[in-house]
Ligand binder design. Structure first.
Ligand code: FE2
Length: 363
């Protein structure tokens, strides 16, 4: 915490001011995004599907924190472009804290869509706290070509936040068959409880119930077998920190700062365990952590800070990559650094549960 570029509290305040200005701009820019949708030139799939080889690769970028000063952002953009060319994913997942200015929403979607790759976003605590502004930003993303987020519907309008969404990945052999599921949650912004150093909000019980309803329906529709699933959100659940600190569990990767977990456990992890479908959950938020821990059959992981110079970070920048295999709950994940080096390539769950040398983290 001592060697961060800027103090977290000052950063929160500055970002909130800047985001306020940007999100108001977003409200006015919705029609602009709609016209861009019509102007889409590169074909981007509007549904996700396993490739013929049975693989599906996701690149997770997190905490971009774009500044109004392009000089602070450009290396981040170069890194993201280079990593997309290297990994060639089937989906780009942005897990929040996009920042303000420099046309960042369009840029993020454009990095993916210009390569014919769809993307999706899960909001961070630095997206606008005001519900109307937050929804306006969602609508802006939803109208951008290549972004899979959709506007709120009758059901999701009942949930707090904006980016609560279920995204299926369809079978390579059958375009109508759901083979895996991605759950996106809006982990909200700040709580206002007195006496806490950090104000990380929590995913609310109504969102947990929303997840359970969808999970149970999908399992029922799959003959009673849960579909292999991943979850993405910004703020880590309390189980991240608890699991890292418990020597009973293996961990892999870097932990340089304490987890910014919420003070309330609303039971999402327990719901994942009970529903039996989510095999990996990935967050952002803590720029100096990139670890994965494994508990009760679920990998709990961080992305790798992908942002610019405007926000604190000690780790060099990069992304997390997750590769699914159709018909299997086993998946691979690794971090890819800005230097192009791959780090901590693991196979979930075997890198945590097996002593076989072939499952040791690589390199
Ligand atoms: Fe952040």
């Amino acid at each position: 915490m001592m060697d961060k570029n800027i103090d977290r509290r000052a950063f929160l305040k500055d970002s909130a001011l800047a985001l306020g200005a940007l999100s108001l701009g977003g409200l006015n820019a919705v029609s602009c995004a709609q016209s861009k949708k019509a102007a889409q030139t590169v074909k981007v799939p509007d549904t996700l599907r396993f490739k013929p080889d049975g693989k599906f690769k996701i690149v997770q970028f997190t905490d971009i924190h774009a500044s109004e000063d392009p000089e602070q952002n450009k290396h981040s953009y170069d890194i993201m472009n280079n990593l997309l060319d290297l990994e060639k994913p089937d989906l780009v997942m942005y897990t929040g804290d996009f920042g303000a200015g420099d046309n960042i929403y369009d840029r993020l979607v454009g990095f993916a869509s210009s390569r014919g790759i769809p993307c999706a976003v899960a909001f961070g605590n630095h997206e606008p706290e005001d519900e109307q502004e937050r929804e306006a930003v969602l609508n802006y993303f939803a109208d951008l070509p290549g972004c899979l987020n959709v506007r709120k519907d009758e059901e999701t309008s009942q949930l707090p936040g904006a980016t609560n969404q279920v995204i299926p990945i369809y079978s390579a052999a059958d375009a109508a068959k759901k083979s895996a599921i991605l759950y996106l949650f809006d982990s909200l912004t700040d709580h206002h409880l007195p006496g806490y150093d950090r104000s990380n909000d929590w995913i609310k019980p109504v969102q947990v119930e929303w997840y359970k309803r969808h999970s149970q329906a999908l399992t029922a529709g799959n003959g009673g077998t849960p579909l292999p699933s991943l979850a993405f959100f910004h703020i880590p659940l309390p189980e991240w920190g608890e699991t890292w600190k418990n020597p009973q569990y293996k961990n892999m990767g870097w932990r340089i700062e304490p987890e910014g977990c919420p003070p309330v456990n609303s039971g999402l992890f327990q719901a994942f365990v009970e529903c039996g479908d989510v095999k990996g959950a990935f967050c952002g938020h803590d720029h100096d952590n990139d670890y994965v821990v494994f508990r009760d059959g679920i990998a709990l992981g961080y992305g790798r800070y992908s942002g610019g110079l405007a926000a604190y970070h000690t780790l060099c920048r990069g992304c997390r990559v997750i590769e699914l295999t159709e018909g299997s709950a086993v998946f691979d994940t690794w971090t890819r650094m800005e230097t192009s080096r791959m780090l901590y390539h693991i196979t979930v769950p075997y890198s945590f549960t097996s002593d076989d040398p072939k499952y040791k983290p690589k390199p």
